[in-house]
Design a protein around this ligand. Structure first.
Ligand code: SF4
Ligand code: SF4
Length: 479
């Protein structure tokens, strides 16, 4: 057991065991390791204060202070851990190395499914996520940079971490974006460290030459929210004055591409754009070759939400995209990379034993304009999922509890599912939205995810048969 690092934040949970008395001595049997041994009074006291759910070391120390010297405690915990009576855990104390910064909760679109719509009223397009609507200040942005550089361990030789600019519409606060990027680079130069990576998720409508220059200067990766076809875009993502948004978006996408900047499209799937192949074909016409599809969820979906039948249609639509990809690869033609399928292929190939759906709350957190941290942007404004504040630091106790609930072993459905090690338990927000609990997956999303994995298996098999080298280049994102 490694007890180094910030020991105070270590956590432990008891594993199944049996304690018994023989000849006036206490013995213990650790079920999972099969170890049996005699235990001292101090070992028994410590063990009795460790529940089957995780508890922080500082809390164990408080409970046992009357009986066990603080200096002895770590040795006792090490003994109990080495023999399999308890299990240590430290994921909740890992540095946050990736921050989604809410540059603005204001927006210039009025999307039907805006998931920030918790506090929305008619004159508050974009949605406030239940927070005060506001824009991030430069001061808060600089604090985020300092926090990231400090916690991601960069000054100790660790990674520089990453910043994703998010909203609302982040380009409604372009000045602060520029300030954050410049400040981060200045700090990196000052400390002789790598610069954090930058990315942005934008609706594209405010893209102009200034933004293009910022992207080039600061190497900002661009993800555009666009629903794949003009019809879906105009219906689902009208401007705040109710106008069609596609004409302006098309101009923006063409401007970005003419400047040689690669983009990924994030297409929200509603019942308006279930034929994914149409979106793929349209993206080709815009010279865009990377897309991720996400099922619509959120504010005002009644007319557009997917029914069970629509989910079946969507499964076939992913099959169509799989066939299109294989055909293109066989013909040696360029193809639009569907991230859902290609990341599933990569997962199948080498990244098994996935215990968490994503990095939310682990290495990733979102930062709201008021300085609060949440496990990810989808949970912004929700107190139960706030894990700290930029001025006060991380609440390790709360983060630990959430990370425990996010582990797929705590999901009853996942324990019995063949896809567990590939899936990790599904997006915590989808789970929460479907079942008001992050540990209970959405049945519809599970079925879709498993179908996507099967499509990816077929693709992998066919592409490997065709040409092994091409298969590996696809996995490495180099074609
Ligand atoms: S598909 Fe559903 S049940 Fe299976 S591992 Fe994923 S979330 Fe769990
Ligand atoms: S919880 Fe869902 S929305 Fe949040 S980072 Fe994970 S996958 Fe993305």
């Amino acid at each position: 057991m490694n007890l180094s690092g910030e020991k105070r934040h270590l956590a432990f949970k008891a594993l199944p065991h049996e304690l018994f008395n023989k000849g006036g001595k206490v013995y213990g049997y650790a079920v999972m390791s099969g170890d049996a041994c005699q235990l001292s009074d101090e070992h028994c006291t410590v063990l009795s204060h460790i529940p089957s759910g995780y508890i922080l070391l500082e809390d164990i120390r408080q409970c046992t202070a009357a009986v066990v010297e603080s200096t002895e405690l770590l040795d006792i915990l090490k003994d109990l851990s080495d023999t399999g009576f308890i299990k240590p855990f430290d994921k909740h104390s890992r540095p946050i190395s990736s921050i989604n910064i809410f540059l603005s909760t204001y927006c210039n679109l009025n999307c039907a499914y805006c998931y920030g719509g918790a506090g929305r009223s008619d004159n508050m397009p974009g949605g406030s996520y239940g927070m005060e609507q506001e824009q991030l200040s430069s001061e808060m942005g600089r604090k985020a940079v300092d926090y990231l550089l400090k916690t991601s361990g960069i000054r100790q030789g660790g990674s520089a971490g990453g910043i994703n600019f998010f909203g609302g519409e982040p380009l409604m606060n372009m000045e602060v974006l520029k300030d954050i990027a410049e400040y981060a680079e200045e700090q990196a130069r000052k400390y002789g460290t790598p610069i954090p990576s930058f990315s942005i998720t934008t609706n594209g409508l405010l893209v102009d030459e200034t933004f293009i220059n910022l992207c080039k200067q600061h190497h900002i990766g661009v993800q555009i929210s666009f629903d794949g076809t003009p019809d879906a875009q105009n219906t689902m993502r009208p401007t705040t004055s109710g106008q069609a948004s596609y004409p302006a978006l098309e101009k923006a996408i063409r401007l970005i591409r003419e400047n040689g900047i690669r983009i990924r499209i994030r297409a929200t799937v509603s019942n308006r754009n279930l034929a994914l192949i149409e979106s793929i074909q349209h993206l080709e016409s815009l010279d865009v070759y990377d897309v991720h599809f996400a099922v619509a969820s959120g504010h005002d979906l009644d007319r557009f939400a997917l029914t069970d039948k629509d989910f079946e249609t969507l499964e076939s639509a992913f099959d169509d995209v799989g066939s299109y990809t294989v055909e293109r690869v066989r013909a040696g033609k360029p193809f639009v990379r569907c991230n859902n399928l290609l990341s599933a292929m990569a997962q199948l190939h080498g990244q098994k034993n996935k215990n968490y759906a994503c990095g939310a709350g682990l290495g990733l957190a979102s930062l709201s304009p008021d300085g609060s941290f949440h496990i990810c942007h989808r949970f912004a404004g929700m107190n139960n999922f706030e894990i700290g504040h930029i001025d006060r630091g991380i609440d390790y106790r709360k983060r630990l509890k959430l990370i425990e609930q996010m582990h797929s072993d705590t999901h009853k459905e996942c324990r019995e599912c063949w896809a567990k090690d590939l899936c990790g338990g599904e997006c915590h927000y989808s789970n929460y939205e479907a079942n008001q609990c992050i540990s209970v997956p959405s049945r519809q999303m599970c079925d879709l995810h498993k179908s996507i994995l099967k499509t990816a298996m077929v693709m992998a098999s066919e592409i490997r048969q065709h040409d092994e080298r091409t298969y590996f280049r696809m996995l490495n994102n180099s074609m």
